[in-house]
Design a protein around this ligand. Structure first.
Ligand SMILES: Cc1cc2nc3c(=O)[nH]c(=O)nc-3n(C[C@H](O)[C@H](O)[C@H](O)COP(=O)(O)OP(=O)(O)OC[C@H]3O[C@@H](n4cnc5c(N)ncnc54)[C@H](O)[C@@H]3O)c2cc1C
Length: 379
């Protein structure tokens, strides 16, 4: 289906980003998958080309492209090549905005240029071993000691956990109020800040997902973002944008899985005819085609609403819920139509299947999305 919300400048940006990926990412994907992490140098290369935080002000080195369609294009192109480890959307559309939105002038001047150049890689650390969906249940604390805070606790499942130079850590700041938390920028090398192992996962093999430990880490007051008790609100506020990036990537991932499956069933023969000729195959693919087109229209509309600051948390949750559930359905049907070859790692559909599964879990599970949507319905 023809999409009509991109202009010439977006198409040119897509071409430039696609050639960057073909040159700097695609040739290294297997090597990064083996290593369990992408090479740091690709971040700097992306920074040099202006692909990191393109929305940031020019005074920090950004290009002031305040249009979410550029983020959407990057999510789509990364999904199209099935690269889960080089998480530009996490760096640019999730973590960077915390600093731009809640950081003061000094913090922005200190951190944004390095972040935009790809020299300082970002992560956000909310989840803990005993608290994921229920963020207010976190146990990491930050105690005010006058000119600094002392951070104690641990985080788990942190994307970019090994590569990150600046980690935005959520920590409780008032034992009497479970929603009082601050966002602290913990820097590589701070005493007491340690990283655990690179966690072994079902998919997303090229992405470093790690545990982080904070043992009496002295965080200067200058590294607190915004209000020491406002972090919970800041997190909730930003999650809508994060969920929109998930939706953009999920629809593009479903499209890529459908294309890989269509190519395969046209080639593969069973009972003297291409698998594509069985009615079951055609009907399954037709269903997927229809559902992806519908999801795409909805997602594109969400992107345009977000540009006008009209995207509500409930609708962002609908977008994430629908598109990630669809993605998982499409990759599952795709594997089925590949038969045993779909279970083999060298086939793209196999990796797509493994990479997709987390989409219904991170950035808020499908169940939490339904909670948000139903709360909006005043149920
Ligand atoms: C690869 C990967 C990368 C990640 N990256 C990051 C990151 O960079 N930063 C970060 O902070 N976190 C990250 N996460 C964590 C992720 O966001 C959490 O795993 C997710 O929010 C779920 O939390 P949990 O794992 O504690 O599950 P739980 O909260 O324990 O949920 C378990 C089950 O209970 C259900 N459930 C929970 N509450 C309710 C409810 N109220 N109603 C109905 N059902 C409910 C859930 O839907 C789920 O099915 C990552 C996770 C993974 C696996």
């Amino acid at each position: 289906m023809l999409r009509n919300h991109f202009e010439t400048e977006h198409n040119l940006f897509r071409d430039a980003f696609r050639s960057f990926l073909n040159k700097e990412v695609v040739p290294h994907q297997e090597e990064w998958e083996e290593a369990g992490v992408v090479d740091r140098s690709v971040w700097r290369k992306a920074g040099e080309k202006g692909f990191l935080l393109p929305w940031a002000e020019e005074e920090y080195g950004g290009t002031a492209l305040k249009d979410f369609r550029y983020e959407q294009i990057m999510c789509e192109e990364l999904a199209a090549i099935n690269e889960p480890g080089f998480m530009i959307p996490l760096h640019s559309a999730l973590c960077g905005p915390y600093i731009a939105e809640y950081g003061n002038a000094e913090q922005k001047a200190r951190w944004l240029p390095g972040i935009i150049r790809g020299e300082s890689i970002l992560a956000v650390a909310m989840t803990e071993p005993s608290a994921g969906s229920d963020l207010a249940g976190m146990r990491t604390t930050a105690v005010d000691k006058g000119d600094h805070f002392v951070l104690n606790g641990s985080k788990v499942f942190i994307s970019n956990g090994l590569l990150a130079d600046l980690v935005i850590v959520a920590a409780k700041t008032d034992p009497a109020n479970k929603h009082a938390m601050g966002l602290f920028v913990v820097e590589r090398g701070m005493e007491g800040f340690e990283r655990g192992r690179n966690l072994k996962k079902l998919g997303m093999k090229s992405q470093d997902t790690a545990e982080l430990f904070f043992n009496n880490v002295k965080v200067p007051k200058e590294n607190l973002l915004g209000d020491a008790k406002g972090g919970f609100f800041y997190l909730m506020n930003m999650l809508a944008q994060e969920r929109l990036t998930n939706a953009c990537g999920a629809v593009a991932g479903a499209e890529a899985a459908l294309n890989a499956t269509v190519d395969y069933v046209k080639e593969r023969k069973a009972f003297d005819r291409p698998v594509a000729h069985f009615q079951n195959t055609r009907f399954k693919l037709a269903e997927m085609r229809t559902q992806i087109d519908v999801a795409q229209v909805f997602t594109d509309r969400c992107v345009m609403d977000h540009n006008q600051k009209k995207l509500t948390p409930e609708v962002a949750a609908e977008a994430k819920l629908f598109t990630t559930e669809l993605l998982c359905k499409v990759v599952d049907e795709g594997v089925q139509l590949h038969g045993g070859w779909g279970y083999m790692w060298e086939y793209p559909i196999c990796k797509m299947y493994a990479n997709a599964r987390i989409q219904r879990i991170f950035a808020g599970t499908s169940e939490i999305m339904k909670e948000i949507i139903s709360r909006g319905m005043k149920l």
